[in-house]
Design a binder for this molecule. Structure first.
Ligand code: NAP
Length: 295
């Protein structure tokens, strides 16, 4: 149990919604273990108030903020500086206090995403990314760092896909990684799925088990019929754990990865940036998050 005193430092999560987030549980468990007199709180904030809220929290000396859906791109306006990673993908999930009441924007999702793939050799492999929103930017940057051969982005609308590709091509051409976007409402993507070494789901499809079965699986059920057992399935979703899509992968004997390790790792990297500590108790963070998921 955290005791808040007059000296307690405050950190938190800005987003909408934030009421289902595991971050407060996970962060507060880490601070307790580290002996830090810090408290992490969820801060619901809509787009209209984002600028006012980030300014006010800096003025009252918050030690750091995480930023989640839907503000990861909009919050760039509140930053006086960006780290090179945040600048490359134009997305921020961590705000670090700067001088003169300003914030520095950083992105720890990229490293968080890579962590569970560290011992997989993905150089020269084909990767399919489903979805082209905020987290897909971090995923593509991460894949870039892993030197994959080809990234195929599958999305449902041309505008989002075109915007995404325009931004991300700058990254991949530096490394000569081929990147292409495909609208699955217009083209059959079966071959891409069958030939992929790794498939990453960055859409929220699967977060709600109440949906009818076919709607609960990215791209629908049928496309996965010929999924190879050599394909790794990585779902950024961490609740439910596993998602129906990952269960389907298990049935096909695929190696599966859910979003919990990424969540823990990106959180731990934020704590490093705010506190300057190098050792972060990631196992405690993960076990507190898992315990909370079971409640
Ligand atoms: P986002 O920016 O809103 O992007 C969502 C993407 O999914 C968009 O490309 C959107 O397409 C697509 N999409 C949404 N609903 C769809 C549907 N019914 N059918 C087809 N495509 C659909 O969200 P985000 O920030 O990237 O987050 C996405 C998911 O990743 C969330 O579930 C989030 O919890 C998870 N996440 C996990 C972690 C972690 O640490 N594990 C970190 C970040 C995010 P349109 O552009 O056409 O709308």
């Amino acid at each position: 149990m955290i005791t808040i005193t007059g000296k307690t430092n405050l950190v938190g999560l800005l987003g909408e919604p934030v009421n289902h987030s595991l971050s407060p549980v996970m962060h507060n468990a880490a601070y307790e273990e580290m002996g830090l007199d810090w408290c992490y709180i969820p801060i619901p904030c809509n787009k209209t108030n984002l600028e006012k809220v980030t300014t006010a929290l800096r003025v009252i000396n918050f030690k750091g903020l995480n930023v989640t859906i839907p503000h990861k791109q909009e919050v760039l306006k509140a930053c006086s500086k960006l780290t090179s990673v945040a600048n490359a993908i134009q997305a921020v999930n961590t705000l670090i206090p700067d001088t003169n009441n300003k914030w520095i924007g950083a992105n720890t999702d990229v490293e968080g995403f890579i962590m569970p793939l560290k011992n997989k050799n993905l150089s020269n492999k084909n990767v399919v990314v489903i979805g082209c929103g905020g987290s897909a930017r971090a995923v593509v940057m991460g894949l870039n760092n892993l030197n994959v051969k080809k990234i195929t982005i599958i999305g449902r609308n041309d505008n989002s896909l075109n915007n995404f590709i325009k931004n991300m091509k700058k990254l991949s051409t530096k490394k000569q990684i081929s990147i292409e976007a495909i609208n699955n409402k217009k083209l059959d993507v079966t071959t891409y799925i069958e030939e992929a070494d790794l498939i990453v789901n960055t859409t929220p499809i699967g977060m709600n088990r109440k949906n009818i079965e076919n709607e609960n699986i990215p791209l629908g059920n049928r496309i996965w019929e010929n999924l190879s057992n050599k394909t790794i399935l990585y779902d950024l979703i961490y609740t439910p754990r596993p998602t129906n899509w990952l269960k389907l992968g298990q049935e096909k004997n695929c190696f599966i990865i859910d979003g919990l390790d990424m969540l823990v790792e990106q959180g731990a990297l934020s704590i490093k940036l705010w506190s300057g500590f190098n050792e972060i108790p990631t196992q405690i963070m993960k076990s507190s998050a898992k315990k909370h998921l079971m409640v």
